[in-house]
Design a binder for this molecule. Structure first.
Ligand SMILES: [Cu+2]
Length: 163
């Protein structure tokens, strides 16, 4: 398909402009006019409760975790990488159907919780079948914050975290 014609070019420009202003907003660079160095609106992330369910099948596994944001600026979880899988996708659940999304919001002064039956990480093309007791390394990538690397335990398929 050819991306020519003024209509398409205009649409691309709109997307570009939107992306740019969203990035600026995420940086919290409200002018304010005063002296710089004010990072009040920056996100401040921490990750807890991460685990991988030991998969019933060899070719895919699910990962769960909570990202807390103690900062005044929102962020987004944009991707996850791990030596366990060549592909990790972000999924939400609508009713009984899973839907792939390009990012998950981590609201300012809030959190995003990935739980069984809700939002989750889908690991496909596994390099090996993870076993209970094993620890897997995950690197979480965000729109604004630096990547966070964590060690994630493999739990039994029936495991459910306590709140
Ligand atoms: Cu899924």
């Amino acid at each position: 398909m050819r991306a020519t014609g003024p209509g398409i070019r205009k649409a691309a420009a709109v997307v570009l402009t939107f992306g740019l202003s969203a990035a600026l907003a995420a940086c919290g660079s409200d002018d304010g006019g005063g002296d710089g160095g004010d990072h009040k609106a920056a996100p401040k992330l921490s990750v807890s409760g991460a685990y991988v369910s030991q998969p019933p099948l060899d070719d895919m596994a699910a990962g769960y975790l909570t990202v807390r944001n103690a900062g005044g600026g929102a962020d987004k979880l944009t991707s996850v990488t791990t030596p366990l899988a060549s592909e990790v996708t972000l999924h939400t659940t609508e009713g009984t159907r899973m839907k792939q999304v390009s990012s998950l919001d981590v609201p300012a002064d809030g959190r995003v919780q990935l739980t069984s039956g809700g939002d989750h990480l889908m690991l496909t093309n596994l390099t090996h079948r993870p076993k209970v007791g094993e620890k897997v390394s995950f690197t979480l990538h965000f729109a604004t914050s630096d990547p966070i690397e964590i060690k994630v335990p493999v739990e039994p398929t029936t495991y459910r975290p306590k709140d």
